[in-house]
Design a protein around this ligand. Structure first.
Ligand SMILES: O=C(O)CCC(=O)C(=O)O
Ligand SMILES: [Fe+2]
Length: 225
């Protein structure tokens, strides 16, 4: 089993938090064996990932300084990653926390992406996602909050400018942790790495629902094509 077991109380607490804030931490989601396996898989993928440095006009000109790999390449290169994305235990956890049946995303580019911050100043700037739900899984993360790479989000607010107000919250995660985000209507970003020598690597598994209108903005193409 690649995922650690959750008690009913832990899952219930995550559901309450998710519905209050549009965010719920899932600490220690990956077993250490699974973390090692996913890391080995991404070592291969990082070699073919692409560096991106630009501002995204459709997201208030927020910066992107990061290395990424789109889901279409991941799907081609890694059957293992595809299996993880579709893992019934993972889908069951998403369903229990968001209280809705998650549906895998038909668009390969967006369904599972790989994001790496690895240089001082690297950041994944303010945005909302195209799909309703994001399960973000940490393969590596800075140990200290002072090193940056924090998730910032504004509970129940989609306006990106609110990330610069005192309504914004910050969250730190460790390798093996994950979080769930109501990512299409919750403004979010990842703060800059503050020093060289630290690395933050995540997988973002996107899920939709049967009733969600398909939405595809330019942003995913700019970052993952
Ligand atoms: O790296 C993170 O914590 C956020 C990732 C994200 O927002 C995205 O891939 O759309
Ligand atoms: Fe996002």
């Amino acid at each position: 089993m690649p995922f650690t077991a959750r008690t009913a109380e832990e899952t219930a607490a995550a559901r309450v938090r998710f519905h209050a804030d549009g965010y719920a931490p899932i600490p220690g989601l990956l077993t250490s064996d699974c973390l090692h396996e996913l890391r080995a898989e991404t070592q291969r993928l990082v070699a073919i990932a692409r560096r991106r440095d630009f501002t995204m006009s459709c997201m208030d000109d927020s910066p992107r300084h990061m290395t990424t790999l789109g889901g279409h390449v991941i799907a081609r290169e890694s059957s293992r990653m595809r299996e993880f994305y579709e893992n019934p235990v993972l889908l069951g956890l998403v369903a229990a926390v968001v209280d809705e049946l998650p549906v895998t995303v038909p668009d390969l580019l967006e369904r599972h992406v790989f994001n790496v911050l690895h240089r001082q100043g690297d950041t994944h700037g303010a945005h909302t996602d195209d799909c309703p739900y994001a399960m973000v899984i940490f393969l590596e993360a800075p140990h200290s909050l002072a090193d940056g790479g924090l998730l910032q989000y504004v509970p129940r607010v989609g306006a990106l400018a609110d990330l610069d107000t005192d309504r914004a919250r910050s969250a730190h995660h460790r390798a093996g942790d994950a979080y769930l985000l109501r990512s299409d209507v919750t403004a979010h970003r990842v703060t800059s790495l503050t020093r060289p020598g630290v690395r933050r690597m995540v997988l973002n598994f996107a899920y939709t629902t049967r009733s969600a209108a398909p939405r595809s903005t330019q942003s995913a193409r700019e970052l993952y094509m």
